[in-house]
Design a protein around this ligand. Structure first.
Ligand code: PFF
Length: 443
C-alpha cells in the first residue's frame, strides 16, 4: 500500500513547509534588497501568478493522477514517451539541491547554537567572523552533516509519521516565531524607512536582470519544476481540491516572504550604517550587527531577537529539505523495491558527500572552478537556472498538450480549468522559455 497524508491540514502544512524555507527568509530579502525593494516584489508576484503557480498545479495533477514518484509518474501517464526525462531531471536536481541547501542550512544551525549561547552578542567584526567560519574545514561541514541527519530522521519515519507529523509541529512554531520577530522589528525607532523600502515601488531600478531574478526567486521559493510537489501530491487524497491547495501554498509562502522583509528591513534601516543591498551576507553579517544594537538599553531583547531569528531560519530550512529528500527517497524506494529506511540512508549518504564538496568550496577548495564557478555556485546555477525552468516548461507542456484532457479536468475539478489550460499551453511555457533562454545567453 502506498503511503498518504492522514489529514487535509497536514497535507497543506507539509506542502507549505516545502515552499517556505531559506528561499523566503534568506534569498527573498537579499534579492529584494539588491533589486530595489517594492518594484521587485511586484514583478515577483506576477511571476508567481502567471508562471510558477501553473507549474505547481501541473505538478499536483501529475502526482495525484499517477500516484507514483516523479519518474514513474510519466511512465504511468505517458508510457513509452520521452516525458520521463522530466522525471529524471527532478531526481538529479533533488540530490543536488539538497546537497548545497544543507550547507547554508548548516550555517543557520551553527548560528542558532551560537546565538542561544549568547556568543554573538558581543560587538565584533561580523564579516571576519562569517568569513573565517565558512572557510573553516570542519565546523560548517559538521553543521551540514548535523542538519542532514535531522532531515534524514524525519524522512526515514515515513509520510504520515515523519513528514506530516513534523510539519504539523514545525510550521505553527515557525508562524509564532515570525509574529514575535515582526513585533520586535517594528518597535525599533525609525522602522518606517524599512516599510517604505518594502512597499513603495521605485521602477527606475527595474531592468532585464531584475525580471530574471524575480522569476528565479518565484520558482525556487515555491519548490517548483523538479517534481518535489508532484511527489507530495502523489500522497494527497482523491478529494483534495488541487487548485485551492496550490493557491493557499502560494499565499502562505508569499506572506512568509513579506514577513521576512518586515522583520529584516525595518531593523536594518533602524540601525544606522546598515546596508540593505549587502547580498547573501545580509543575514549572516549585517543582521548580527543589527541584532547587537537593536534594543540598546535592553540586551535581553537583542538576545531573544537574534536567537529566535536563527531558529526561524533553521526550522524553515528543515521543512524544505525534508521535501527535497523525499523526491529521491520515493524514487529509490519504489524503483529498487527497498525499504524506505534503506532508501533514505542512501539519499542521505550521497547528499552528504556532495554537501562536503559544496561546503569546502568556500574554504580549502575555493580555488577549484568548473565552468568558471565553485561547486556551491555550480550546483545552485544548475538547479535554479537550468533544471527548474526547463522542468517547468516540460511539466506545463505535458499537462497542457499531451495529458488526456479528461484526466486534467477530473484532477482539477475547478471552474478555473479553461483559464489554467490557457496558462499551461501558452503563457507559462512561453514566459518561462523566454527567461530561460535569456539566462543561458547571459552566462
Ligand atoms: N522552496 C524552498 C525554499 O524557499 O527555501 C526551496 C526548495 C524546496 C527548492 C524544495 C526546491 C525543492 F524541491
Amino acid at each position: 500500500m502506498r503511503s498518504s497524508f492522514g489529514s487535509k491540514i497536514g497535507m497543506v502544512l507539509a506542502s507549505a513547509g516545502s515552499a517556505v524555507g531559506l528561499g523566503n527568509i534568506w534569498r527573498f530579502p537579499t534579492e529584494a534588497g539588491r533589486n530595489g525593494g517594492a518594484a521587485f516584489i511586484l514583478l515577483y508576484l506576477a511571476c508567481v501568478l502567471l508562471l510558477a503557480m501553473p507549474v505547481m498545479i501541473g505538478e499536483f495533477v501529475i502526482g495525484r493522477a499517477s500516484r507514483a514518484n516523479t519518474v514513474d509518474s510519466y511512465r504511468v501517464l505517458a508510457p513509452g514517451k520521452p516525458w520521463v526525462v522530466s522525471g529524471f531531471i527532478g531526481v538529479v536536481a533533488g540530490f543536488l539541491v539538497l546537497s548545497y541547501y544543507s550547507v547554508v542550512a548548516g550555517w543557520t544551525l551553527d548560528y542558532t547554537v551560537v546565538s542561544f549561547s549568547a556568543s554573538l552578542m558581543k560587538p565584533m567584526d561580523y564579516g571576519g567572523y562569517f568569513d573565517s567560519f565558512v572557510r573553516n574545514p570542519w565546523r560548517p561541514v559538521l553543521a551540514m552533516a548535523a542538519f542532514m541527519a535531522a532531515t534524514h530522521f524525519v524522512v526515514a519515519r515515513g509520510v504520515e509519521k515523519g513528514i506530516e507529523r513534523f510539519s504539523k509541529i514545525l510550521m505553527p512554531l515557525l508562524f509564532c516565531i515570525i509574529l514575535v520577530l515582526i513585533v520586535c522589528s517594528l518597535s525599533m525607532p525609525g522602522a518606517e524607512k524599512g516599510l517604505e523600502f518594502l512597499f513603495k515601488p521605485d521602477f527606475s531600478k527595474v531592468n532585464t536582470q531584475v525580471v530574471l531574478s524575480a522569476m528565479g526567486q518565484a520558482f525556487f521559493t515555491l519548490s517548483v519544476g523538479i517534481g518535489c510537489l508532484a511527489t507530495y501530491a502523489s500522497y494527497f487524497s482523491d478529494d483534495t481540491p488541487l487548485v485551492r491547495v496550490a493557491f493557499n501554498v502560494c499565499l502562505i509562502d508569499t506572506l512568509v516572504a513579506v514577513s521576512a522583509g518586515l522583520i529584516i528591513f525595518p531593523a536594518v534601516f533602524s540601525v544606522s550604517g546598515a546596508q540593505v543591498d549587502a547580498g547573501p551576507g545580509l543575514v549572516f553579517i549585517t543582521l548580527p550587527n543589527v541584532f547587537n544594537s537593536a534594543f540598546g538599553a535592553l540586551p535581553v531583547l537583542n538576545y531573544i531577537f537574534s536567537s529566535l531569528f536563527y531558529l526561524l531560519l533553521f526550522v524553515a530550512a528543515l521543512t524544505s529539505s525534508i521535501s527535497m529528500h523525499e523526491i529521491s527517497t520515493a524514487y529509490i524506494t519504489e524503483t529498487f523495491h527497498l525499504e524506505r529506511r534503506v532508501a533514505a540512508r542512501i539519499v542521505t549518504a550521497i547528499c552528504m558527500v556532495f554537501g562536503v564538496v559544496c561546503s569546502l568550496s568556500f574554504g580549502i577548495w575555493s580555488g577549484i572552478h568548473v565552468f568558471g564557478m565553485g561547486f556551491f555556485d555550480l550546483f545552485d546555477y544548475f538547479v535554479a537556472k537550468f533544471c527548474m525552468p526547463l522542468g517547468g516548461i516540460l511539466i506545463c507542456t505535458f499537462v497542457g498538450w499531451d495529458l488526456k484532457h479528461s484526466t486534467v479536468r477530473r484532477q482539477l475539478g475547478s471552474r478555473f480549468t479553461p483559464l489554467l489550460m490557457f496558462l499551461f499551453r501558452w503563457v507559462a511555457p512561453i514566459g518561462i522559455g523566454i527567461v530561460f533562454v535569456y539566462e543561458l545567453m547571459d552566462r
